[in-house]
Design a protein around this ligand. Structure first.
Ligand code: TA6
Length: 499
């Protein structure tokens, strides 16, 4: 396998494929900027060593390297669920993509010496029909002075895909007892050791025992300060609302066969994730990207900002059949339904508007009951799963149900919030007219709003929705830029464009 891949993708002196530990196919990257290693098993980064620095990632000396086993250390890709799978105790911890072989989609050497390795894997009919499945996953690993990893999920299935995920990064530290972490002050977290929820008050976070915390609703960069190695590791991210911090300490380390009893002082996990409260629901054809950037230098401004204009969430109409170059399919693809009755163009559209207001303000206009009533509907409420009363703060979260009452017709519409990812994305089902995904991309001092509606059942509905959204997006612009709500409210005046 490695020889064939070497011939297809190898770059002499820069990218080499060989048989690594356990005979697993390994990719070794050697450039003036950094050295790195990645295994096809789990598309698993195991080493990252910037030029002139010590190794940044930790790898257990006891790790297994075998299909069906997770590599202990480096950057496990936890997907399509994080930790245990709620309804199946036999399911592999942290999902199944980290214990399966991936395929190589491409290898590129850029002018600045950065090497990008692109991996992918696709699932139809996973081993257990209860598990979430029918998704295509890409993992793009950029090796330069920083290590950037982008995990992109495409929901290929006919229904919403519930998703939790993590880039479960193990960092090498001199001694956990002398290391601190900043970037999580004020965040709420689930303390897995104590079994309860807390709020992070004091910073920096120090370590004096087993630590296993999932911090929620946080998009900040974390910094690992390691005086023993005289370095600070910056863990920046995009498309992630959870950060998990973990060190097993003595007892937990001794309980893991692939973790040396005396190895725990030398590692710390700071994981880029979407888990627990930050679980997501991808609509059919929807995509989601989560990116982690690991560096020994402070994060450049352009990374912390929203993704560049060309990077947009993309709702591809679900069509049967695999993409042109079929990725490894782990089970025979099902017969699948024929593609939608409509051709893809009629089944979906994108409407865009530029608004002179920052993404957070535009996001709030969509993802809060109060915001929606100012420009779109007469009344709105969001209700948490299983709850009967609307959310007190009126703010939507992924997985909520919603109820909107339209002003002109008085029609009451019920639906599901598919994604509420501040301040980048808001997705929701749209009754019998498929689903909508709205992305908010910073553009100068303003926001480019792109609304993609997919799954439209007929050309008539397509026209009605496209016309409606064209007015309402214009009304949103009018309201946020000039405070003017263009909706006609006089009941005697019907049939005009704004009523
Ligand atoms: O991310 C923290 C955590 O969920 C811990 O609870 C611990 O289980 C760790 O992941 C390692 O998980 P693994 O399945 O790799 O042993």
């Amino acid at each position: 396998m490695s020889q064939e891949l070497q011939e297809r993708f190898g770059i002499p002196g820069v990218v080499a494929f060989d048989d690594g530990l356990g005979g697993q196919t390994r990719i070794r990257v050697t450039t003036p900027l950094a050295e790195a290693e990645v295994y096809l098993l789990g598309a698993h980064v195991t080493r990252f060593k910037p030029a002139g620095a010590e190794e940044v990632l930790w790898l257990s000396g006891e790790s297994q390297f075998a299909i069906g086993q997770a590599i202990r250390g480096g950057v496990p890709v936890c997907h399509p669920w994080f930790a245990a799978y709620a309804s199946d105790a036999s399911a592999p911890l942290h999902g199944y993509v980290r214990i399966m072989p991936w395929d190589v989609e491409g290898v590129t050497l850029e002018e600045d010496g950065t090497v990008t390795l692109a991996f992918w894997i696709k699932f139809h009919q996973p081993q257990n029909p209860d598990w979430p499945g029918e998704f295509e996953l890409r993992h793009r690993v950029r090796v330069g002075s920083a290590l950037t990893m982008e995990l992109e999920t495409l929901n290929c299935g006919p229904g919403p895909l519930m998703l939790t995920e993590a880039l479960h990064t193990y960092f090498a530290v001199s001694d956990i007892r002398n290391v601190t972490v900043t970037g999580l002050a004020g965040c709420e977290y689930f303390d897995k050791v104590a079994g309860d929820r807390k709020k992070q008050s004091d910073e920096p976070i120090a370590f004096a025992g087993e630590t296993d915390r999932a911090y929620f609703d946080t998009t900040t960069t974390c910094v690992i300060d390691d005086p023993g190695l005289d370095r600070r590791i910056h863990v920046a991210k995009r498309g992630s609302r959870s950060t998990v911090v973990w060190n097993p300490w003595t007892a937990k380390a001794a309980s893991m066969p692939d973790f040396g009893d005396d190895e725990w002082p030398g590692m710390l996990c700071v994981e880029t994730a979407n888990c627990l409260d930050d679980a997501m629901c991808l609509p059919p054809g929807g995509t989601h990207r989560m990116t982690a950037r690991i560096s020994l230098e402070p994060v450049p401004e352009e990374f912390a900002a929203a993704p560049p204009l060309e990077v947009e969430a993309d709702l591809r109409p679900v069509a049967a059949g695999a993409p042109a170059a079929a990725p490894p399919v782990l089970a025979a693809p099902d017969a699948g339904e024929a593609a939608e009755a409509l051709d893809p163009d009629a089944a979906a559209f994108t409407a865009r508007v530029f608004i002179e207001a920052p993404p957070p303000a535009v996001f709030e206009a969509w993802a809060t009951a109060e915001g929606l009533c100012e420009w779109l509907v007469e009344s709105a409420m969001f209700t948490a799963p299983g709850e009967r009363v609307p959310r007190a703060d009126g703010a939507a979260r992924t997985g909520d149900s919603y109820q909107w009452r339209w002003q002109a017709s008085g029609y009451v519409m019920d639906g599901t919030v598919l994604a509420a990812e501040w301040p980048e994305r808001f997705g929701f089902t749209f009754a019998e007219a498929g689903s909508c995904e709205v992305t908010f991309t910073r553009h100068g001092a303003g926001t480019l709003v792109a609304l993609r509606q997919a799954g439209l059942p007929s050309p008539a509905t397509h026209l009605e929705c496209r016309t409606g959204w064209t007015f309402f997006l214009t009304n949103l612009k009018s309201l946020l830029e000039g405070g003017l709500d263009l909706r006609e409210t006089d009941p005697l005046r019907k049939g005009v464009v704004n009523r």
